[in-house]
Each structure stands twice: as C-alpha cells, then as structure tokens.
Design a protein around this ligand. Structure first.
Ligand code: SF4
Length: 266
C-alpha cells in the first residue's frame, strides 16, 4: 500500500509541476483570466485521467502479486548460491498481499516471521495477536516479552539468534483460535520457512503449533516434555507464553522443556 501511495504522490507531484509550468508560460503570453481558467481546466482534466490510469495500472499490479498461484512458489527451497535470507525474502514476496484465506480481510499487517535465517532453533507460535498485528512482528506483546525472557535469560541467547514465526500469518479477529481452513491455507508458508531455515530444533509453542506440525490431536499437556520428529527436525512442544501468563505455575514445566532443548543443542 505504501508503494502505491508513493507512486501516486510522485504522479501528482509531477503533474502539479507540469501545471505550474504551463500556467507560467500562458500568463507570460498575456492570456486573459478566462482563457487561462479554460486552459487550466483542460490541463486538470488531463491530469486526472492520467492519474486514474496510473492508479488502475498499479492496482492490477497489486492484484497480480497479491495472490500468486501456489504452484509459482519455489518447488525446491534450497537453491544453490542463494542464502537462507534471500530465500526467505523471496518467499515473503511470493506470499504478497495474501488473501488466500478470510484472515487476509481483517488483518492490519501480515506477520511473516523474524530472526536469524540460519537459526539453529525456530520458535513456532499459533498466530499474531493485537500487538503483533499492529507492528507486523511476531511475539512483541506481553507474551512476546515472556518468550524473549525464555530466550535471553533461560537459554542465554539473543532474540536475534533464533527465528520466530507462527502457523498463521494474519491475526484471527478477537484473538480467536485459527480455524482449520485458515491453517490449511497458511501452513504451506510455515513449511517453506522451516524447509529453508532447516533448524536443528523447533520449539512448538502451544497446542495449535504442536498439533499442526505433528499432525496429531493430542493436547499440549500430552505432547510436551519429550522430543518428536518433524521431517527429520526435532520438535519440542511446550506451553504457549500467553498460557503461561494466565497459568504461571506451568512455567516450571516449560523450563524443564527448555532445559532439554539447551542440552540437545549442546
Ligand atoms: S493467514 Fe496466511 S493464508 Fe490467510 S491471508 Fe494471511 S498469509 Fe494468507
């Protein structure tokens, strides 16, 4: 949207300059006020029609990038000569202004993911909340602060050392749970991110992340506390930080899970 505004601003500004230039020439030629007003109206009409055609060209471009066919997504994410950073950027631009599920209509920002593209550990949450939706970054609210504490104080790592993303990239309204069709539509992007980064360990935060990755309906309480396999990557499910804020007594169990992750990372 910012790009479109920028382009339109440039068009309007260049037409304004053109108009002033024309006015100066016409006034210099000694035209009457009436004659000048008529010519000015004609110039304005032409400006508006040029601006409209520019806007519609930009609009079609946006539509083209907003929903690229899924088959256009790169088949093999590991392309020789391309860094993980470049591949993630490529994936982000392929997702575009996504409207592949109904969450696209209500979000403020699509929250793709943040962190080290070469991370050994990826944290996967459920979906963006209000703060994340507004800022376009995962885990930035109170739950985000708790996750940051787990990473920095518990694991003695920097937030920038790890990669953080969610199962769905757009906020479910009123913080409701993501629905199955939304997970179905969005999960492919998470799969790509994990294929590109190829971390040693994934920490699945909460029921939805764990169930989506592990294709199970078991609750998080039955999944946490041990490693699982996701396409050859070890997965440690643990409680979601939002759940820990409501149930601080569960922090002890999360700490047990995180200690196992630290030990496995060596
Ligand atoms: S949640 Fe995922 S599939 Fe749905 S609109 Fe957002 S990015 Fe697209």
């Amino acid at each position: 949207m910012n790009d479109i505004h920028k382009e339109l601003k440039e068009v309007v500004s260049s037409l304004k300059g053109h108009l002033i230039y024309q006015r100066d020439i016409l006034l210099a030629e000694g035209l009457s006020a009436d004659e000048y007003a008529k010519i000015r109206a004609a110039i304005r009409q032409e400006s508006e029609s040029r601006s409209q055609s520019k806007q519609s060209a930009v609009g079609s471009q946006q539509a083209a990038v907003s929903n690229p066919p899924i088959q256009q997504l790169t088949d093999s994410p590991q392309i020789p000569g391309k860094s993980h950073k470049e591949l993630l950027e490529g994936l982000r631009s392929e997702i575009g202004v996504c409207q592949r599920c109904k969450l696209g209509k209500t979000r403020t920002n699509l929250v793709f993911g943040v962190g080290n593209p070469d991370a050994k550990i990826v944290f996967v949450g459920e979906g963006p909340g209000r703060d994340e939706d507004l800022q376009g970054e995962p885990f930035v609210g109170r739950a985000g602060q708790l996750l940051t504490d787990i990473i920095t104080k518990g694991m003695k790592m920097m937030r920038e050392d790890v990669y953080i993303c969610n199962v769905v990239k757009c906020r479910p309204p009123e913080n409701r749970n993501p629905e199955p069709d939304e997970i179905d539509a969005c999960e492919r992007f998470l799969i790509r991110q994990l294929e590109i980064i190829r971390p040693e360990i994934i920490v699945a935060l909460g029921t939805f992340a764990a169930q989506t990755l592990l294709k199970t309906e078991l609750p998080i309480s039955k999944l946490r506390g041990r490693f699982h396999d996701y396409k050859g990557i070890q997965v440690m499910p643990t409680f979601h930080p939002s759940y820990l804020l409501r149930n601080p007594d569960k922090k002890k169990e999360t700490w047990e899970d995180i200690k196992m992750v630290i030990a496995r990372l060596g």
